[in-house]
Design a protein around this ligand. Structure first.
Ligand code: PLP
Length: 373
């Protein structure tokens, strides 16, 4: 099948792979071994990677902590900052990834009060809503920079600036923003999470940016790695790969206009041929061009997913062993269960530009036309 699921994950780019290979078996040292060359080579590679990543964001190298990915970064940010404090108030949104919603649910269980701001039907949240929700004991605002299902962008720089003035901590899950928006000049919040595998880097590596002075506490104990904030031997090949992937972000950003054209073309063709059966869910004016999310009304969601075996896309349902749930994001936008279940997320990226776009469009449209007829 043709891959249309780049928001789920991306392949490791050849440049990233090439940078990683020597660190698997040639330079295999432990960066914590400070008595010999093998360790020094490894720790130099980590230092260099930290510099590359921090210079992309124009921040201090010591503010970048390596983690296993955005899930861990989010957990460390939220629990490492708040779990040991006296409970107060947090502002977030129902559109967040589970990797934020679940740690927040845990904090709620520990006595924290959480306000989930209500997005409009396009998934947008504005600063005014945050100002209104603020309470005297609001300690943190946590909002994602870009939503992974519908691609809507939050104005995190303005939100972070306001939080800064108000003395409220600000965290963002930037997993879907990195490589799709230029964050290099942005005003950053106090804490920012991301993963390597969404930007053509390896899986199992990510980072948390922690602004200096933020009183983060470890949530995992052992060795003194990562300033004592994240114990465990560092995965040098993955770290080198993450840095290479970050270094290549300016290159990724050059493809945005072409990706926008392809996505818009798919969307226009679907609108023309499916009429009222189509509900586009990714409708904000303010969204990344990579994601097209739509529902097909009046069709059985299982039939919908099976009708296009030659395309690999994602759907708006979450399954466990017993049942299938509609996407919590589409539900929060006001979609009913059937519409939320019968949804498809197509997410594009630069390698798609080499695919036969006209064939994909034709196959997509014809398969769906057949389904609704
Ligand atoms: N946050 C967002 C917005 C995501 O899209 C994802 C990945 O799907 C994650 C967090 C989790 O990333 P990882 O599985 O790499 O920890």
């Amino acid at each position: 099948p043709i891959y249309l699921d780049y928001a789920a994950t991306t392949p490791v780019s050849p440049e990233v792979l090439e940078a990683m290979i020597p660190y698997f078996s040639q330079h295999f040292g432990n960066s914590g071994s400070n008595q010999h060359l093998f360790g020094w080579e490894a720790s130099d590679a980590v230092d260099q990677a930290r510099k590359t990543i921090s210079s992309y964001f124009s921040v201090n190298p010591s503010s970048i902590l390596f983690t296993s990915g955005a899930t861990e970064s989010n957990n460390l940010a939220l629990l490492g900052l708040l779990e040991e404090q006296t409970p107060g108030h947090i502002i977030s949104s129902p559109l967040e990834h589970k990797a934020v919603l679940e740690p927040l649910a845990y904090l709620a269980h520990k006595g924290w009060e959480i306000t989930y701001l209500e997005p409009n039907s396009a998934g947008e949240i504005c600063l005014e809503q945050i100002k209104t929700a603020k309470k005297s004991d609001t300690r943190l605002v946590s909002l994602m920079w870009v939503n992974n299902e519908i691609g809507v962008i939050n104005d995190i720089s303005s939100i972070a600036q306001w939080c800064n003035q108000e003395g409220i901590y600000c965290h963002t899950d930037a997993t879907q923003a990195l490589g799709k928006l230029d964050l290099s000049q942005a005003f950053l919040p106090d804490l920012l999470s991301f993963s390597g595998h969404k930007i053509f880097g390896p899986k199992g590596i990510g980072a948390l940016y922690v602004k200096s002075g933020i009183p983060l506490k470890a949530r995992q104990w052992g060795g003194a790695q990562e300033r004592g904030l994240r114990a465990g031997t560092l995965p040098i090949p993955l770290i080198v790969g993450l840095a290479k992937a970050v270094e290549r972000i300016p290159h990724l950003l050059t493809f945005l206009p072409q990706i926008q054209v392809k996505k818009q073309d798919l969307e226009n063709s679907l609108k023309e041929s499916l009429g009222d059966s189509l509900i586009v869910n990714s409708i904000s004016e303010n969204q990344i061009p990579h994601i097209l999310n739509f529902s097909i009304q009046g069709v059985d969601w299982e039939k919908l997913f099976r009708c296009m075996p030659l395309l690999a896309f994602s759907n708006g349902s979450a399954c466990n062993s017993k049942s299938t749930f509609p996407s919590h994001v589409l539900k929060a936008l006001g979609r009913d269960n059937d519409t939320a279940l019968a949804s498809i997320r197509i997410s594009l990226a630069q390698p798609y530009l080499n695919e036969d776009h006209d064939w994909v469009k034709d196959y997509l449209v014809k398969s769906l036309e057949k389904l609704i007829s």
